[in-house]
Design a protein around this ligand. Sequence first.
Ligand SMILES: NC(=O)C1=CN([C@@H]2O[C@H](COP(=O)(O)OP(=O)(O)OC[C@H]3O[C@@H](n4cnc5c(N)ncnc54)[C@H](OP(=O)(O)O)[C@@H]3O)[C@@H](O)[C@H]2O)C=CC1
Ligand SMILES: O=CC(=O)O
Length: 337
Amino acid sequence: MAAASFLLSPRVTLPLRRGSRLLVSCSATSPSSSSDAAGGVGFQGRVGFLGLGIMGAPMASNLIKAGCDITVWNRTKSKCDPLLSLGAKFESSPARVASSCDVTFAMLADPESAFEVACGANGAVEGMAAGKGYVDVSTVDDATSKLIGKRITSTGASFLEAPVSGSKKPAEDGLLIFLTAGDESLYKRVAPLLDVMGKSRFYLGDVGNGAAMKLVVNMVMGSMMVSFAEGLLLSEKVGLDPNTVVEVISQGAINAPMFSLKGPSMVKAAYPTAFPLKHQQKDLRLALALAESVSQPIPTAAAANELYKVAKSLGLADQDFSAVIEALKAKVQSSRH
Ligand SMILES: NC(=O)C1=CN([C@@H]2O[C@H](COP(=O)(O)OP(=O)(O)OC[C@H]3O[C@@H](n4cnc5c(N)ncnc54)[C@H](OP(=O)(O)O)[C@@H]3O)[C@@H](O)[C@H]2O)C=CC1
Ligand SMILES: O=CC(=O)O
């Protein structure tokens, strides 16, 4: 069958090919995905949410606002408070959330925390059982995702990895892009919930494909940001107004929302955190490992990763990833001495 793509609705459905295998995604507006249940969302049952950081909090908040029955847990308990004010319930561990809910989402920082929350002491696995589902929306590597999936499914429960593309604002606006893989019936079951939190969703087949897709996308994003930062600094050095560079880029073929969004504040050396720099560096590190596993050279991403590491060493880990420009400024200063 020839590879094809169809624009069905604002929620995009793209059948994709990888090798000889057709990878299918479903439209969020398909008749089976919405309408009849409590809150008008189309999902019957209790939903758990583990991890209420920059992304998890607005995602859970959107589910509550859509009328879902949400139970939350976060390592730092105080971050649950705004969600509890909106009507969420609280449980004292991931295991208790999982045992009291039909489906549990997890949005954790990195592979280590995703594994700990799922499989550690009082982890979600302890509350899982047949008929339940676990949806990990954290950005992790494929090996971690497969390990979590194996532990979850050993209880009889179903597992879906579903990392997201889109940052703090898309999370707040319910406009994330879900990159899912794993149990297809769980994917269909939680589709109405994904549609509350996102604008599109892709089902990519076996566990690992969602993680890999996310790492590829963020590898490109991390390198683009470094290139953009270099352009801003070079333009300034040769006497151009970097604001004009942002404007020129916004009108041409390399226009990307990221440049228009971050450029003006980067020019002012302000980096309000939407996507923490430490997470971008983590994604580059994981993308490099993924590339190495298939002997694919990614020298540009490798160079970008080094710059994010310098930025982290300058104390910028919790700033927005656009603060990587400060690492270039620091390099200039150190080469002067
Ligand atoms: N921000 C963004 O723009 C985007 C982020 N992502 C990805 O989503 C994930 C979450 O990102 P984001 O919300 O920005 O990150 P944050 O750093 O804001 O939140 C991280 C979450 O993980 C929890 N956590 C960290 N370590 C542990 C641990 N050892 N045990 C238990 N919980 C832990 C934190 O708990 P606590 O509150 O106690 O610290 C917090 O809930 C990451 O994988 C990131 O790469 C994906 C798309 C966009
Ligand atoms: O992972 C970050 C994003 O913006 O997507």
